[in-house]
Design a binder for this molecule. Structure first.
Ligand code: FE2
Ligand code: FE2
Length: 281
């Protein structure tokens, strides 16, 4: 199974704080073009929050228009830049009927991997909370399918990344989430966004992968007094499930050169089929 992830799309209709760095509509269009050109195609695309900059009706309709050409089915989550009521209006047709009252968490059981969306965002706030409600909901959901490989997707990474100002406005009570995952080794991967950088860590019995933004990135600066946004190339991730593990790739959205290596690929395939070594020229 091939799971694509896009995050922190931040579709906006003004220059705002970061609009001068990146045109997020254009970079998302390029991301969709790249995803549609993949062979094999992703089975599903996870959109892990901050889908718009301010959560207005106008920004969601702009977003829906850009998403229209996407071939694979999209599973959306809100982030701290979204507005829940407008998010629900925009994506009601893509969300399952059963969603808890106070958060947009849900389960998709249509694939070989169980997909669990976990929404920990708080209305009107930039930080988040893994509450007792989330704890009950997630424990219950995970107890229903202990043997099926599971991926949890969420907006806020449940660990300290070292980018201090983002950690301070991060997820509270992440230790409760870690406890649940420790008791559910069928969770093979947790994927998140919010940090606008690719970051990985081990977590309980699994891995967490944080996806870059399809718009602007945050600077890699571990000085706790610093923080800045940069126009490093945008990206997305592909989580490939093969046999019993995920392999995560970070794809870069760029307009660079490409050198065709199909002759060498054919040579390697031929040598391997004949059980021969790959000779250096
Ligand atoms: Fe964001
Ligand atoms: Fe965020």
């Amino acid at each position: 199974m091939l799971i694509a992830q896009i995050s922190d799309l931040h579709i906006r209709d003004h220059l705002g704080m970061f609009g001068e760095l990146v045109d997020t509509s254009k970079t998302l269009e390029k991301a969709i073009h790249l995803l549609n050109a993949l062979d094999p195609q992703p089975d599903v695309v996870l959109a892990t929050g901050d889908l718009t900059d301010d959560g207005t009706k106008e920004q969601y309709s702009q977003l829906l228009e850009i998403l229209l050409p996407l071939n694979a089915p999209l599973l959306p989550l809100p982030g701290n830049h979204d507005v829940y009521s407008e998010f629900l209006n925009a994506f009601s047709s893509k969300l399952p009927d059963e969603i808890p009252e106070n958060h947009c968490s849900y389960v998709i059981d249509d694939f070989p991997i169980r997909l669990v969306a976990l929404d920990t965002s708080l209305p009107g706030q930039h930080d988040a909370l893994f509450s007792e409600d989330h704890e009950l909901w997630l424990s219950n959901v995970l107890s229903q399918e202990k043997d099926k490989p599971t991926l949890i997707f969420t907006h806020f990474p449940p660990f300290e990344t070292g980018i201090n100002f983002m950690d301070l406005s991060g997820l509270k009570s992440a230790d409760r989430l870690e406890g649940i995952i420790r008791n559910n080794p069928q969770v093979k991967l947790v994927v998140a966004g919010h940090l606008h950088r690719p970051i990985q860590t081990s977590f309980a019995s699994t891995m967490i992968s944080v996806c870059p933004s399809t718009g602007n990135q945050l600077k890699l600066d571990l000085n706790p007094k610093n923080g800045s946004a940069v126009d490093e190339p945008p990206g997305f991730q592909l989580h490939v499930w093969k046999t019993d593990r995920f392999v995560t790739h970070t794809g870069i959205i760029w307009d660079g050169k490409e050198l065709d290596m199909s002759q060498y690929v054919a040579y390697v395939n031929e040598k391997i089929s004949k059980n021969e070594g790959i000779i250096k020229d």
